[in-house]
Design a protein around this ligand. Structure first.
Ligand code: SF4
Length: 140
């Protein structure tokens, strides 16, 4: 159990117009709301882009797991542009590659299959969160 106020930040890309972007967002919500509530925190990618002081302090003071929806890697690159590194970098398409029976559909909103895939991916990410919390340092 986390004994201090350290958090693992989950940073999905904005993923507008792409199913794997929607999957990245939905997976991030699952992690923070259901899989590891209380020890994880979301932040919003545009806040980093506009150099919001609170968002910058959050990602520089805690391990960050980025989830990107395509090879442009907007979440990872936006983090790096602010001088921080992802503790773990994930591609949403890899969630599908690990569960080929669950082909997600939907752009603005995932379908039921996509939500099931997000829940499975989030459960796996929970283990990464635990690893980060068990280690010292940023990134973990
Ligand atoms: S990584 Fe790809 S899907 Fe995500 S915001 Fe960037 S361009 Fe869009």
């Amino acid at each position: 159990m986390n004994t201090d106020d350290r958090r693992v930040v989950v940073l999905p890309c904005s993923g507008i117009g792409k199913v794997f972007g929607a999957l990245a967002r939905e997976t991030a919500y699952e992690v923070v709301e259901h899989v590891r509530p209380g020890v994880t925190e979301l932040t919003c990618l545009p806040l980093l882009v506009v150099e919001d002081a609170e968002a910058l302090a959050l990602v520089k003071g805690n391990p960050v797991i980025t989830i990107d929806g395509c090879q442009k890697e907007c979440a990872k690159k936006s983090l790096e542009a602010q001088g921080a590194q992802a503790a773990r970098h994930l591609q949403a398409i890899d969630f599908y590659k690990a569960h080929k029976e669950l082909k997600p559909e939907g752009v603005a909103e995932l379908d039921d299959t996509g939500r099931k895939l997000a829940a499975l991916a989030a459960a796996d990410i929970g283990a990464l969160v635990d690893e980060c919390l068990a280690q010292e340092g940023v990134p973990c």
